[in-house]
Design a protein around this ligand. Structure first.
Ligand code: SF4
Length: 479
């Protein structure tokens, strides 16, 4: 436990985030005093009134309210970091960076003409980022910029959400309903969704669609007839003639049939995901997956035989009771399949997940510690780059184990455009379906406005006209 005290500043939230990184390594009752006296940011780590560690950073002000606030927060964060790092003997891979899009900093630095060496020194000096993460940030930022630099002013991406899954995974926090309970809602949902698709297609007939992503949930939890009708409706509504990427996140292998793979191919879907999360049967059983490792492989081979030549596979590190050897086995199996993309997620315990409840109630469930996750991430990087894939997008979430990251790897030329667009918020994304949030990017990417759809399935179906009205108003505002 570390009590945080603040004097002369209002950075409690940010400093709390830095303090939280070190909490797993502190067993004593400590007090962290943070002070800004108008010139210097100071942090004192104390136990029963005795100072154990202290750090000070001068704050350089430039008479610009926003820049000065940022400078003060960063100086305080570094002071807090130094005291806790010295006390615990630990360095955090991302230093004081706690935001979800670390590469944004590198984008700005690259655009201002800084060299690799200068960027590296800046990330170390200003944010205390570790050497391996600095390399990762630079590599990813360059890949992202190569895609983002091709964005055109009249372009958008489209997201369509199918919020159904056969069953709910223990770690899930998405808008996803188990088909065991909501089978009857699928048709009314599709009816509402088709209405929204028709509206958007007509209201935005003049835009160019760069990428279209059907995600969820698990879109392939629709039956063959429903999937066929959905993709036909999409095709008939939108002009897909200039689309660069059309993805369906097939997701769970137990929902994918040869016929569904054929339907997707026939409708021009160029990229699919088949997400094992792990290739260890015991783990699949533990997380609530109702399929075997063999089925994952069979589905993959069927997809290949039907011409799917851009396949992503998602992994999760830190699943309950998985060790570095389990991840090594998963990677070995993926290597044999040779997918174009692999996305490595680090376990995040979200508020809405069953796993969070289980962790609270059952002391026998253990999650993987940060050190082990770091080894798993290193192994992934080494093995996946050996397969010829490069890191091309990255994001972080709150509550991630050990404060790590999610990284998407791709063979050159197969990078997921939509993934970069959604992460970097550089282009408007029109999002349809329950819980989908449209993001309108304007003023040269400086501002973003959101148009949310209601999350609940019932509300979405019943209030579809209101959702359409929200979009109409939002679109009119940014004509
Ligand atoms: S497959 Fe994905 S969306 Fe569906 S329940 Fe599992 S984690 Fe949630």
């Amino acid at each position: 436990m570390i009590e945080l005290l603040c004097e002369g500043h209002e950075a409690a939230y940010e400093l709390g985030n830095v303090r939280n990184l070190f909490l797993p390594y502190v067993q004593e009752e400590l007090v962290l005093e943070t002070i800004y006296d108008g010139q210097i940011a100071k942090a004192y780590l104390k136990k029963e009134g005795i100072t154990l560690q202290e750090a000070v950073y001068p704050v350089v002000l430039v008479n610009d309210e926003i820049k000065d606030k940022k400078a003060l927060k960063e100086a305080l964060k570094k002071a807090v970091y130094d005291t806790l790092s010295a006390y615990t003997g630990r360095q955090m891979p991302w230093g004081i960076l706690t935001g979800i899009r670390p590469t944004k900093l590198v984008h700005e630095a690259l655009k201002s003409g800084m060299s690799d060496e200068a960027i590296d020194a800046y990330l170390e000096e200003a944010y205390k980022v570790s050497p391996s993460k600095r390399v990762l940030m630079r590599e990813v930022a360059k890949q992202e910029l190569a895609i983002l630099s091709k964005n055109q002013p009249n372009e958008v991406s489209i997201y369509i959400g199918i919020p159904f899954c056969p069953t709910r995974c223990v770690y899930c926090s998405f808008t996803a309903y188990s088909l065991e309970q909501k089978q009857k809602e699928v048709e009314p949902y599709l009816e509402a969704l088709f209405k929204e698709i028709s509206f958007v297609a007509q209201a935005k007939a003049d835009v160019v669609i760069r990428s279209l992503y059907i995600g969820g949930g698990t879109p392939t939890s629709l039956n063959e007839d429903q999937l066929e009708r959905l993709l036909t409706h999409v095709e008939q509504s939108f002009d897909l003639s200039r689309i660069e990427e059309y993805t369906v996140e097939a997701g769970r292998p137990d929902t994918i049939t040869a016929e569904k793979l054929r339907i997707m191919k026939a409708h021009g879907v160029g990229r699919i995901s088949i997400n094992p999360q792990s290739m260890n049967q015991k783990t699949l059983d533990a997380i609530g997956r109702k399929h075997t490792v063999e089925e994952i492989k069979e589905v993959f081979h069927t997809a290949r035989a039907l011409g799917h030549d851009n396949i992503n596979m998602d992994l999760i590190l830190g699943l309950p009771d998985e060790d570095v050897e389990d991840v090594a086995y998963t990677l070995k199996e993926l290597k044999k399949l040779n997918p174009e993309n692999i996305t490595v997620h680090t376990m995040a315990i979200k508020r809405a997940s069953k796993l969070r409840e289980a962790l609270r109630d059952d002391e026998s469930i253990h999650l993987t510690e940060g050190d082990k996750i770091e080894k798993m991430l290193e192994l992934c990087e080494q093995e996946i780059t050996d397969m010829g894939l490069m890191p091309y997008y990255m994001y972080r979430q709150k509550n991630m184990l050990g404060n790590f990251e999610n990284v998407g790897y791709a063979k050159p030329g197969t990078e997921g455009i939509y993934n970069i667009e959604i992460m970097e918020e550089a282009e408007s994304i029109i999002a349809l379906g329950a819980g989908a949030i449209t993001k309108i990017v304007y003023q040269n990417g400086e501002r973003i406005d959101r148009i949310p759809n209601v999350k609940s399935l019932k509300d979405y179906i019943e209030r579809i006209d209101e959702m359409i009205e929200r979009k109409r108003e939002g679109f009119e505002k940014y004509q």
